[in-house]
Design a protein around this ligand. Sequence first.
Ligand SMILES: Nc1ncnc2c1ncn2[C@@H]1O[C@H](COP(=O)(O)OP(=O)(O)O)[C@@H](O)[C@H]1O
Ligand SMILES: [Mg+2]
Length: 304
Amino acid sequence: MIKFTNVTKIFKSDILSQPFTALDHVSFNVPEGSMVGFLGANGAGKTTSLKIIMDFIRPTEGEVLFSNSLGKNKLEIFKNIGFLPERPYFYPTLSGLDFLKFMGKLSGLSLNQINDEVKKWAPIFKIEFALNRELKTYSKGMLQRIGFLATIMHHPKIIILDEPLSGLDPIGRKELKDVIIQVHKEGKTVFFSSHIIPDVEEICDRVIFLKEGKLVYDGSVNSLMQSGKTQDFYISAHVPPDFVPHIKPKESIKFPDDLQKFLVSPELKNEFLSELITNQFNVVSVEMQKPSLEEIFYKTRGQA
Ligand SMILES: Nc1ncnc2c1ncn2[C@@H]1O[C@H](COP(=O)(O)OP(=O)(O)O)[C@@H](O)[C@H]1O
Ligand SMILES: [Mg+2]
């Protein structure tokens, strides 16, 4: 749907300062129908990439290609994109409803259409109760939700959100994630940036990872998880405190009530278990070690 192709962006802020390469030959894809997380630490180049996609700034080199399903010319294409910037501006004295009317009109919707959209989405976005209140009374989470509602009212095919979850408390994050999932279920492609890996791991099927302006990964979350799998097993059992197994585990952690958790390689798992069972120790669980996306990036890849 969006093909970011070999994009380089060099900022030259003034004559005296050194040119700064914010993006260095970056290529990635946002496939139609996907939910893609755009990851990277602060300063990695996420916002710069999104601004280039939105045509707010131009790349120094490379280009952004849009599929025909988005439209044949810029006007059609941008009508089919809903964008929520990193720091949206909200007129403080407008009510939530007036803000939505204003944004809807900018997108070319009639008042009837706007009312229909608000009726449909406000309850889902849990913002119905505040529609007549001024935006200056809204919490950060409420502002993010109403801002997001404004980006989808005109039925765009793809939604692009820049750090929509940042600065929200756990409940605010959960509520916004729920609406992102809901909007994706309606068939929309979702592309959102975040510097928080678990948020992306939880709801995305694909991930694009930038580090210091360079692409580190572009692909499915599943294949990334597979690549990081060690296949080792955690075996938890109640054992006497002085128990020394014949097979040395890779790791053992003691918990209260004589519970111990052992990390064992797959070839030794059965033998290890049979020793516990022969001794009539109570085996509580056997589970395959499942690293988080964060661990894969930080340990296995060693480059995030
Ligand atoms: N207009 C600009 N002039 C100079 N440097 C910029 C400009 N915009 C962004 N940068 C730099 O580019 C890098 C990437 O920034 P940004 O895309 O905002 O990162 P992210 O969104 O991943 O946190 C940062 O080091 C930032 O300081
Ligand atoms: Mg940013």
